[in-house]
Design a protein around this ligand. Sequence first.
Ligand code: ADP
Ligand code: MG
Length: 239
Amino acid sequence: MIEISKLNAWFDDHHVLKDVDISVPANGSFGLVGESGSGKSTVLRTITGLVDDWEGNILVNSKELGAKRDKAFYRLAQMVFQDPFGSLHPRHTIDRILTEPVNIHGLGNSDARVVEALNQVGLDNSFRFRYPHQLSGGQRQRVAIARALILEPKILLLDEPTSALDVSIQAEVLNLLSRLRRELGLTYIMVSHDLAVVAHMCDDIAIMNHGRIVERATAEQLAEGKLEHPYSQQLYKAA
Ligand code: ADP
Ligand code: MG
């Protein structure tokens, strides 16, 4: 579903991604861990076309990401950000927040889509007419997930999706994400600095340090700390 090879990216003369290779099968879940600044978000942002200066190959659903912006391509992979407050427009109702992407992509039937997307994330219709500040943190993140789902993507790119939430709410949102993957057959790449979250949510994991993948592990190996690279061991001990 996602094949990334030899991905390099730069911000001006800062070389932030170095030969990153990632392969995720359909319905798979891939976790990227590493400390702040290691380049995790830049990997996701490159896939969604938010980074200008990059080289390498990015194949999504066997289609290659080229230089030209292609709405249909970007619709396939939707991103969910860490801070739902920052990513939901404060003066727009939830209804408007969910309707806008439907209109931008010319999908039609926006009323029915809004109802279904809210239903998928466990929110009833009354939430349509609220504003982001009238929701709890967990509910806001559910709206952010609904906004991604409303475009019927095949892939969710999850950038620290629960890091801003209380621990009890974190578990609820992670359970929701697991259920959605199962029920909708979605493919995930999840970024987190939290090894336990990634070991719980992902089948395959890569550990990043200074823009490079330094080690790959299965969820089991990560949970048991069976890691070889000194940086990975350090990360495991600190967790
Ligand atoms: P992570 O998500 O692992 O914390 P990022 O991918 O956000 O790391 O950042 C990787 C590096 O790229 C950092 O050094 C960061 O400061 C830099 N960086 C990220 N975004 C930009 C940007 N828009 N402009 C310049 N530098 C950036
Ligand atoms: Mg980040």
